[in-house]
Design a protein around this ligand. Structure first.
Ligand SMILES: Cc1cc2nc3c(=O)[nH]c(=O)nc-3n(C[C@H](O)[C@H](O)[C@H](O)COP(=O)(O)OP(=O)(O)OC[C@H]3O[C@@H](n4cnc5c(N)ncnc54)[C@H](O)[C@@H]3O)c2cc1C
Length: 285
């Protein structure tokens, strides 16, 4: 199908993009276009104006800022997946990016765009939640920081306001005793497709016990979400196989699991357990 007619604007600066956004309510930002264009072609979205931020300089870098990594709005999935910095300090995000779509999607789609899109079965959403990342949003009124734990509101709905552009993702660098991992079952059996269920885990070990952890699920509920059951069970444990199994058993505690074309509620709850076990196992190994 063809999209409905729309105006296309490609600003050369962020300020220009923000001004166009402010004066065109309902306009949509395009970064990689890997989700926006299919949705427009299916007429699930019909914005009157598309603002392509792809030509704005300075948004395509991954920077080491001491205690965190800053990932610019135009960093592609492939760049995130192959970055030494991300692999070393935020492994779950590099792994999620590597398992996103196919080569074309990873070369066009952006890490920040995937977060902004907030698909309930996306990979990077779980990774940024588990890693405790912060989203940096700009509007003509200024800049605000949104913690990942407050960012995902519902299916395809984030805390981003209509006049805001997500300009950067800040990911705390894993330090001494900290590590993370992402793993999933993809929709086509292999791993490179949206998650039927995916899990990102971040852990901190201090003196032989798990002193802190975040475990995030994707594909299981209406949005990427933390598994409080798994986190309660693993924090304070020795991180042994038995402790991981106990945490996995509580993966779907208190979570409203959604049935979809790819699995029943029961199957998804089962997958959540299987993948919590794998992700925690990988992070703690
Ligand atoms: C065939 C195919 C397979 C895919 N497989 C997977 C998969 O396995 N796993 C997975 O997670 N994803 C998958 N995707 C989605 C892909 O990862 C997209 O790249 C991603 O969801 C959106 O990134 P984008 O840069 O292309 O954003 P766009 O398509 O440009 O934008 C997506 C949405 O986010 C908004 N947006 C984008 N950037 C910003 C910004 N900086 N500020 C504010 N709003 C913004 C847009 O307005 C739009 O609503 C797949 C897509 C395709 C086409």
């Amino acid at each position: 199908m063809y999209p409905r007619e729309f105006d296309y604007v490609a600003p050369g600066t962020l300020d220009e993009a923000l001004a166009v956004l402010a004066s065109n309510p309902g306009a949509k930002i395009m970064s990689g276009g890997m989700s926006l264009i299919p949705m427009m072609k299916l007429r699930l979205l019909s914005p009157a104006t598309v603002i392509d931020i792809g030509r704005i300089p300075g948004l395509d870098a991954i920077e080491d800022r001491g205690d965190h990594l800053a990932i610019g709005a135009l960093v592609r999935h492939a760049q995130t997946a192959s970055s030494d910095l991300v692999t070393t300090y935020a492994a779950a995000l590099a792994q999620a990016a590597a398992l996103t779509g196919d080569v074309q999607v990873r070369n066009r789609g952006t890490t920040v765009g995937a977060v902004a899109h907030a698909d309930l079965a996306a990979d990077t959403t779980a990774a940024v939640l588990a890693l405790g990342a912060t989203m940096v949003a700009r509007s003509s009124a200024g800049t605000r920081e949104i913690p990942a734990s407050e960012f995902f509101v519902d299916t395809l709905t984030s805390a981003l306001a209509d006049d805001e552009i997500l300009v950067e993702l800040r990911v705390p660098k894993s330090g001494e005793g900290e590590s993370s991992a992402y793993t999933k079952l993809g929709r086509r059996g292999g791993e490179s497709d949206y998650a039927v269920a995916g899990v990102a885990a971040w852990v901190r070990k201090t003196n032989g016990s798990v002193s802190d952890a975040r475990v995030a699920l994707t594909g299981v509920g209406s949005k990427a979400m933390l598994s409080s059951g798994a986190m309660d069970a693993i924090i304070g444990s020795d991180g042994s196989e038995a402790a991981i199994a106990a945490a996995a058993d509580r993966a779907a505690d208190g979570i409203s699991v959604l049935e979809d074309l790819y699995g029943s509620e029961e199957y998804k709850a089962h997958l959540a357990k299987v993948y919590v076990k794998r992700a925690l196992g990988a992070a703690l190994s």
